[in-house]
Design a protein around this ligand. Structure first.
Ligand code: FAD
Ligand code: NAI
Length: 475
């Protein structure tokens, strides 16, 4: 006899596990299936985000930043730190502990919310009356029937054609987060989010890092002024970034990896490195799902086709997160998961795609929400811009980190905020104020009139809003 559920969620990443919890909160009988295994073969829910993504990368970014501070910046504060060393095994062990705690936290949340968790691969077997039969292949095999199915199977690293990841010399994010020692030389293909974050970690720890990017522009999706400022900071730190390259043959040898490429000037060039990270985007995971059995439609990229509400081509089947269109971000996956659970319950779940924040956790951090100046120009929108540099912010000076700025873009007529862009210290936290403002359709004057604590980095946000009306007080 198969087990019956109102909702079966396939995948327990941020999209899936959050959808399962929200559906259970709304009174439904919920199952969540996930195949990720920890080192002992046990369940490791949390998906890419918890196991090899957001959480472990931020743990290593923090550790490596402390190391860089101790080595390079303590002296500015009159602190002598001699003989500062890195114990890579301990650093990686700390990261692994944080991952394990997060896995356990999610299992606890499933219990607390009465979500039935199944460890194994979930696959469609057939449509049945009033739902779908799903098989679980894992430690124990099960057959489940769900009235509604939520596909939240996430994404995996995209490899260069013909260059497989061995996770020893040619690394995806998995291997890049688990190196046993600091490589002398590290190559990174792709100067996107993973390339910059992982490149920063290993550069801070002592690797000589070269990033090869295919496009001629640096961080093309970021506001140009902000990207330029970030590039200046990365250049100063010694992160070598070559733009406009064309990658040729990638060969593994005894000493590492060699990459033949054509540089931005069209000249033949090569790079010899101990390790190579390939971070050129991610592909949706549908392998193992057996969507063909029920006719689940995929697009040309292999993503599950959904409408604006995350409905797939099949009645009662939904899909959320990295496996569908839109930005591959954990918080976007979570919002879609919540909205779908609410829609199944007959409520009006909603995701505002115009106010999804982006953060790149390098140093300086880069964060933004809404449209860039180049987008507004392309769209012919009349706007006013205001910027405020952290150099003129008292808290940033006290911190000893004055890189970057906050930039506001507001409608020229109505003053509604159209985009907020930041590069600098702790902007991953500062961006939340801009998201709230845009969600409430605030004007730049609204922010300019709000009392911000002094001294705080958030005062730079207020001053940038004042700058839209050319009336900064401290610059
Ligand atoms: P996933 O997290 O990929 O989870 C999918 C789950 O489904 C996995 O556990 C998978 O094993 C399981 N699964 C797949 N197929 C099956 C099946 N057939 N049966 C059972 N289980 C299955 N985003 C941010 O917002 N902030 C960040 O700082 C950030 N940092 C990142 C750093 C790195 C290095 C990487 C790689 C990604 C990062 N991301 C970040 C992106 C973020 O991890 C993803 O957007 C997010 O995890 C997507 O969530 P998801 O639930 O859609 O999929
Ligand atoms: P990405 O899309 O951010 O960047 C890939 C880069 O590789 C682009 O600049 C692209 O032009 C370049 N590229 C593609 N093919 C190439 C080739 N053949 N040769 C040279 N360059 C090439 O992808 P990335 O860094 O792999 O990350 C995947 C996704 O994971 C991100 O888009 C993001 O959604 C998510 N992520 C989010 C993080 C965050 O929110 N802080 C952190 C890390 C990942």
């Amino acid at each position: 006899m198969s087990k019956q559920f109102d909702v079966i969620v396939i995948g327990a990443g941020p999209g899936g596990y959050i959808a399962a919890i929200r559906a259970a909160q709304l009174g439904m009988q919920v199952a969540c299936i996930d195949e990720w295994k920890n080192d002992q073969g046990g369940p490791a829910p949390g998906g890419t985000c918890t196991n090899v993504g957001c959480i472990p990368s931020k743990a290593l970014l923090q550790s490596s930043e402390y190391f860089e501070h101790a080595n390079k910046h303590f002296a500015d504060h009159g602190i002598t730190a001699k003989d500062v060393k890195v114990d890579v095994a301990k650093m990686i062990g700390r990261k692994d502990t944080i991952v394990r705690q997060t896995n356990e936290g999610i299992l606890y949340l499933f219990k607390k919310n009465k979500v039935s968790f199944f460890h194994g691969t979930g696959a469609f077997s057939r449509a049945v009356e009033g739902g779908y039969e799903i098989t679980v292949n894992g430690a124990a095999s099960e057959t489940l029937v769900g009235k509604q199915i939520i596909v939240a199977t996430g994404s995996s690293a995209r490899a260069l054609p013909g260059v497989d990841f061995d996770e020893q010399a040619i690394l995806s994010n998995d291997g890049a987060l688990a190196l046993g020692a600091v490589p002398k030389t590290l190559g990174v293909i792709g100067s996107g989010v993973i390339g910059l974050e992982m490149g920063s970690v290993w550069r801070r720890l002592g690797a000589e890092v070269t990033v090869l990017e295919g496009l001629p522009t640096f961080l093309g999706a970021v506001d140009e002024q902000i990207a330029k400022e970030a590039k200046k900071a990365f250049d100063k730190q010694g992160l070598k970034i070559e733009l406009g390259v064309k990658i040729g043959e990638v060969k593994k040898g005894k000493k590492g990896v060699s990459v033949a490429y054509t540089n931005g000037k069209g000249e033949a060039a090569s790079l010899e490195v101990e390790k190579l990270i390939v971070s050129i985007g991610r592909v949706p995971n549908t392998r193992g799902l057996n969507g063909e059995a029920v006719g689940l439609k995929l697009d040309e990229r292999g993503a599950v086709v959904v409408d604006a509400q995350c409905r797939t081509s099949l009645p009662g089947v939904w899909a959320v997160g990295d496996v569908v269109r839109g930005p591959m971000l954990a918080h976007k996956a979570e919002e879609e998961g919540v909205a779908v659970a609410e829609r199944i319950a007959g409520q009006h779940g909603h995701v505002n795609f115009d106010t999804i924040p982006w953060v790149i956790y390098t140093s300086p951090e880069i964060a933004w929400v809404g449209r860039t100046e180049q987008q507004l120009k392309e769209q012919g929108v009349k706007y006013r811009a205001g910027t405020f540099p952290f150099m003129a912010n008292g808290r940033a000076r006290a911190l000893g980190d004055t890189t970057g700025m906050v930039k506001f873009l507001a409608d020229a007529e109505t003053d509604e905020i159209l985009g907020v862009h930041m590069v600098g210290p702790s902007v991953s936290e500062l961006i939340a104020e801009a998201v709230v403002a845009m969600e409430f359709k605030a004007s730049s004057e609204d922010i300019a009139r709000i009392c911000h604590a002094h001294p705080s980095l958030a005062e730079a946000t207020k001053e940038a809003a004042l700058a839209v009306d050319k009336r900064t007080l401290n610059f």
